[in-house]
Ligand binder design. Structure first.
Ligand SMILES: NC(=O)c1ccc[n+]([C@@H]2O[C@H](COP(=O)([O-])OP(=O)(O)OC[C@H]3O[C@@H](n4cnc5c(N)ncnc54)[C@H](O)[C@@H]3O)[C@@H](O)[C@H]2O)c1
Length: 264
């Protein structure tokens, strides 16, 4: 049974001091903001992406906050690469407490013409990649014996269809949502809490062309009651909550960070 928290623990329940967090996609819009956010709340951060040099900025920002950063190159679709990334994490820090799976891709084409190669690429990065990283982290967390926190990254597209060619992406994110629930149930006995954040569209260099297209912007904004795209920083509250003891009783949940889209 979990001991009751004292007032100090309650006040500090979002504190991540002493925790080691692995963030995949650490050079991307979300991954970079999340790495910095976790460091701001006290975690050391292993930030990963395929190309090591793209992680320099993220690692430097984490270190500016007085936390340790370990940039590691890792292709999340490759089991050996994921295992090697996790081994480097354990060699450096001796443990992993938090995993955030922010690596992902989107390839959009109208459904009738979606090339099966593109469909498979999206599924490999978003679905295989999520599973492989969760497996690698969970194996360590099970060995460590004191639980852990996993936050997967889904999308509002995992819940609602959209006219802009998302047959591969939406399918992959729907899979991430249900995978989160499934592994949360299986790993609850190890005190590993697994939850998902599911954002609406947010500003990154990759979504800029969509959001700067007036017609597209209108189509997207019609679906977001709050009336604006998210910023990567809008994800932080949800991620820190799900990565910390503040969410100790929450597992298998998909938390929409979507300006109200899912309530529509
Ligand atoms: N940007 C949005 O509007 C939006 C909305 C909802 C959900 N998401 C999801 O958020 C996550 C992050 O998206 P983002 O907007 O920051 O994208 P991004 O393109 O800025 O970043 C994606 C990151 O994933 C990495 N990556 C891609 N394939 C990889 C692979 N095989 N191995 C390792 N790393 C790989 C890239 O190198 C990059 O660091 C993705 O899962 C995306 O689907 C994004």
């Amino acid at each position: 049974m979990r001991a009751k928290m004292g007032l100090d623990e309650l006040k500090n329940m979002f504190d991540l001091t002493g925790k080691v967090a692995v963030v995949t996609g650490g050079s991307g819009g979300a991954g970079k903001a999340i790495s910095i956010g976790l460091a701001l709340y006290g975690a050391d951060v292993v930030c990963t992406s395929r190309t090591l040099s793209t992680l320099e900025d993220t690692a430097a920002e984490v270190e500016k906050l007085g936390k340790k950063a370990l940039p590691v190159s890792c292709d999340v679709t490759d089991p050996q690469s994921v295992d090697s990334m996790m081994k480097k994490t354990i060699d450096e820090f001796g443990k992993v407490d938090i995993l955030i799976t922010a690596a992902g891709i989107a390839l959009r084409t109208e459904a009738e013409n979606m090339p099966i190669e593109d469909f498979r690429k999206v599924m490999a990065a978003n679905v295989d990649g999520t599973l492989l990283c969760c497996q690698a982290a969970a194996k360590e967390m099970i060995k460590q014996g004191d639980g852990g926190k996993i936050v997967t990254v889904g999308s509002i597209r995992g819940l609602h269809g959209h006219p802009a060619g998302y047959s591969a992406y939406a399918t992959s994110k729907g899979a991430v949502h249900i995978m989160t629930k499934q592994i949360a149930i299986e790993w609850a006995k190890h005190n590993i809490r697994v939850n998902c954040i599911a954002p609406c569209i947010f500003w990154t260099p990759l979504t800029e062309p969509i959001l700067k297209d007036e017609e597209m912007y209108k189509i997207f904004m019609q679906r977001i009651p709050i009336g604006r795209p998210a910023e990567p920083e809008d994800l932080l509250g949800a991620v820190v909550y799900l990565a910390s003891e503040a969410s100790a009783m929450v597992t298998g949940h998909v938390l929409y960070v979507d300006g109200g889209t899912s309530a529509w």
